[in-house]
Design a protein around this ligand. Structure first.
Ligand SMILES: Nc1ncnc2c1ncn2[C@@H]1O[C@H](COP(=O)(O)OP(=O)(O)OP(=O)(O)O)[C@@H](O)[C@H]1O
Ligand SMILES: [Mg+2]
Length: 845
């Protein structure tokens, strides 16, 4: 079960990992067939008697092997690792596969194996090339083709110290180069000595040897002070990281990076800084490192990228070209005017042939976790581009699934982990095996060691920082979970649905085709507004076919509950508990904070229609973005809302359709009108407003209908058995959830008497009668499993909330006497319970 491994562990760029992996220095890399002549190999014999076997250590050797033959000139078939344990041996090829094993050998013969020796073992002839240390074996390093242990430390400081005066260089530039050098005058583009200058580390001698064949003088690469002025500390670190990666300074011959900072940390700005720098500067004679950059991003973010370029660099410094219906790739090809091409993943596939003909020096894949599947078209298309310097940007943790992890790593740094099959044998299998409850001590140790090695190897080019690094620049965030009382009509309809034949059949496990999803859907609609349910029933009546019997049986007799002249377009606001709360909330925000705006989120288009109608009725100016909004218009809509001159009050957002990557900092109140099974959807939405650039304290309201399925879904989100376990993965939908009959029974129960089922389940000592801050509750840290690092305690800050965390939140019933929050005060009448949590209170204004 893959979910049990999931964790959103942060892989930190740790100093002791920033050593350099040299591709040339490995002992195994030079395994040519030996030229020396050896005496005839002796056959190792199987012992017959009961030779005494001491508790000998396991020994490891690197060997070359071939099939046994009498020929003088042998043709070695490959490298292998020989493992000797007591009187048995195993031979593994460098893919990690067993290619030979045997037991019951004479102990003495196996014990005395040494370097240079040739021997016959298990029908194979082998020559021992060297001894492998136990650590090199358990880390798996001995299997890495040519990837040696970290060689010269390449941390910025160290490389700077060992930098030698380039002018002492023995070779002289040719006269042509001289002219060029004169022209460039070897001067850094910006002054490296001003107090706040951000200077990139200089390449070490090895790098110079490889990439400075013309012996240009070394020139400091200095980030444009205009950008440095804005960069946050973590972003400065990020720019250096990206620079070192794409320059091949972290690992010889590898130029890729994964920047996996959590949402909202400004990955865009870090990339823009890198592009602008590399495009104008370089360490060798100041020559620019790149000419053209390709940025591939989800369609909805193409214009966001353009805007970010404009925001940080203005329109003069760098010329960017965005591809859309009216601006085709051909235009970009025709001129040399543009240096950056921004294109959506969809468009890329369509114009792949043209793109392939352009020489790009840097490739950036935004929201790049979509490349986690190497079989899909997008991935193969991108792999086919010849560009070596590749960066993946993603806010999603990358190491929760070892296979997806491989795909991402192999995309940015092809070959670094060997072939997929060897990766499986050497890393994935032992790591997964070690997490099985039945794993032996030995298996556990091996798995852990392999995981550490994998983290260490990949950690060189993965950087992930969590939201905490910018919290101090952000305004306070006040999160509220609001339990809204259902209306009488809702309760009546709810009961009726639960008594339907369809639900009863579900609970008996009698129906096929997952009818429970239909039942769940109906209940959720009802919670949002009864008229949504009404529409569904009507629709079914009009065009029912024989195969949706279940749905008809679910709706049987329901229409009688609605008033006779019921008509959805004229829905009344009083029929939905949540809607009543919403209206009061909007009114109080409008009144108390007239200059602030609200982002109103739902996962359903039909619900958004209702909310839109509400805006119209109450005269609230609004904008709307959902799945139907043409991509070309999205940025315009967002900009309009964010503008301080706009008169909008509300932004209607379909979180699934438009959430990812958007900045909605124009809004400082966010209301989640309904709840999704996948916490990632809600977290995505929430981080649209609480992000860099937000000026106001942020208020988040999650509306749930008390005692109903909405509470159950919420509990599932916070109780770990949630759909996604711990990982923030937007691709998971409710179809992925398996329900037991027990769980369905629970889902299909209405708790009418409880004022907060969620609180009832918390085991909280408070009676729910006075406000409880949960101080008495012990602080519980989250620990969830990541495939790579089971012991990692640090959690991502954007992880779904857990039960124990919720218990720490302030909570009180709706009729609580001293509600200090003016917003809650106003809505309490329809609310049975509140949970509240404030982050960054210290800076509260
Ligand atoms: N140093 C900074 N100072 C002020 N605002 C910043 C800074 N860096 C980034 N921002 C702003 O923060 C917002 C978030 O940045 P960005 O969109 O790059 O985040 P991201 O890391 O790509 O997040 P996501 O994973 O959601 O795409 C943007 O509006 C950006 O302009
Ligand atoms: Mg982004």
């Amino acid at each position: 079960n893959k979910n049990t491994f999931l964790d959103t562990t942060e892989i930190k760029h740790r100093d002791h990992y920033s050593g350099k992996y040299s591709l040339e220095t490995s002992a195994l890399a030079t395994l040519d067939p030996p030229h020396t002549v050896h005496s005839a190999p002796k056959e190792v014999t199987v012992s017959k008697g009961q030779e005494e076997e001491p508790d000998s250590l396991v020994k490891y050797f690197s060997v070359v092997w071939c099939k046994a033959s009498k020929k003088k000139h042998k043709k070695w078939e490959g490298d292998a690792v020989l493992i000797i344990k007591g009187r048995s041996f195993t031979l593994k090829n460098l893919e990690g596969k067993d290619i030979g094993r045997g037991i019951g050998y004479k102990f003495k013969e196996l014990e005395n194996i040494e370097e240079g020796q040739t021997l016959m073992i298990g029908g194979k002839e082998i020559e021992v090339m060297g001894i492998i240390s136990p650590d090199d074996f358990s880390s798996g390093r001995c299997f890495q083709h040519g990837v040696g242990s970290p060689a010269i430390p390449s941390s910025s400081q160290a490389s700077r110290k060992c930098f030698s005066n380039p002018f002492k260089s023995v070779c002289k530039p040719s006269s042509k180069e001289n002219r060029q050098n004169d022209f460039q005058n070897y001067k850094p583009r910006h002054d490296p000595h001003t107090p706040n200058s951000l200077v990139m580390p200089q390449p070490d001698k090895n790098h110079q040897w490889m990439f400075n064949k013309n012996c240009f003088p070394l020139v400091d690469v200095v980030i444009d002070p205009h950008l440095v002025y804005h960069l946050r500390p973590h972003q400065k670190e990020g720019v250096i990281f990206l620079y070192e990666c794409v320059m091949g300074m972290r690992m010889n011959g590898k130029y890729g990076a994964i920047l996996a900072d959590e949402m909202g940390l400004g990955k865009t700005l870090q990339c823009i800084s890198l592009i602008w720098t590399l495009q104008c500067q370089g360490p060798y004679g100041g020559k620019p490192v790149i000419k053209k950059t390709l940025i591939v991003t989800p369609g909805s973010l193409v214009n966001n990228w353009r805007k970010e370029f404009q925001k940080w660099l203005g329109s003069e410094r760098i010329k960017i070209f965005t591809v859309d219906q009216d601006h085709k790739v051909e235009e970009f090809i025709k001129t040399t005017f543009y240096s950056v091409l921004i294109i959506s993943y969809e468009m890329l596939l369509r114009s792949l042939d043209q793109i392939k003909n352009i020489k790009f020096d840097l490739l950036i894949c935004d929201e790049g976790h979509r490349l986690k599947n190497s079989a899909i078209k997008t991935t193969t298309a991108l792999i086919s581009l010849s560009c070596e310097k590749r960066i993946i940007l993603t806010g999603t943790p990358v190491q929760n699934d070892l296979q997806e992890f491989f795909a991402l790593i192999d995309f940015v740094n092809p070959g670094i982990l060997g072939s997929l099959s060897s990766y499986r044998k050497i890393y994935e299998e032992p790591i997964i095996l070690s997490r099985e409850p039945s794993a032996s001590e030995e298996e556990k140790k091996l798995g852990e060691r392999r995981a550490t090695e994998l983290t260490c190897l990949t950690g060189l080019f993965i950087l992930r920082r969590t939201q905490e690094v910018i919290n101090k620049y952000l305004p306070p965030k006040i999160e509220n979970v609001v339990f809204c009382r259902p209306t009488a009509l809702q309760i009546e309809l709810y009961r009726k649905l639960l008594n339907s034949q369809a639900v009863r059949f579900c609970l008996q496990g009698l129906l096929e085709n997952s009818p429970h999803l239909i039942c769940i859907g109906a209940l959720k609609k009802l919670c949002n507004h009864p008229c949504l349910l009404f529409s569904s029933i009507k629709e079914k009546e009009c065009n029912s076919t024989c195969d949706d019997n279940e749905e008809r049986s679910l709706f049987e007799g329901m229409l009688n509950v609605f008033p006779a002249d019921y008509s959805p377009p004229q829905f009344t606001e009083k029929e939905s508990g949540k809607l009543q709360v919403l209206l009061k909330l909007l009114a109080v925000i409008h009144e108390l904070r007239p200059a602030e705006k609200v982002v109103l989120v739902s996962n359903y288009t039909q619900t958004l229609n209702i909310l839109q109608e509400v805006c119209k009725r109450h005269g609230y100016a609004y904008r709307r973005l959902d799945g139907q909004t043409p991509i070309s218009q999205r940025q315009h809509i967002v900009d309009g809302f964010n503008s301080k001159y706009s008169s909008d009050f509300i932004f209607l957002l379909s979180s699934k359709a438009g959430g990812v990557g958007l900045n909605l900092i124009g809004g400082s109140h966010l209301i989640l009108y309904d709840i999704d099974w996948n916490p990632a959807t809600d977290i995505q939405a929430m981080s649209r407003v609480w992000r860099d650039g937000q000026k106001h304290p942020v208020h988040i309201y999650r509306l749930l209908t008390t005692g109903t399925i909405e509470e159950k879904i919420y509990q599932r989100q916070i109780s770990k058995q949630g759909l996604s376990g711990a990982v923030v993965d937007l691709n998971k939908t409710s179809e992925h959830i398996q329900f037991s009959i027990e769980e369905l029974k629970n889902l299909f129960t209405l708790h009418e008497s409880s004022c907060c089922l969620t609180h009832d389940l918390l085991d909280c000592e408070c009676t729910g009668e006075k406000d409880c801050t949960g101080d008495s509750c012990e602080k519980v840290t989250l620990s969830r499993h990541c495939q790579l690092d089971p012991h990692h305690q640090k959690s991502d800050s954007l992880k779904p909330l857990s039960m124990s965390q919720l218990k720490q939140w302030k909570h009180f019933p709706g009729d609580h006497l001293n509600l200090t929050d003016p917003f809650l005060e106003r809505i309490r009448e329809n609310v049975s319970f509140f949970f509240q949590n404030i982050t960054n209170q210290a800076t509260a204004k």
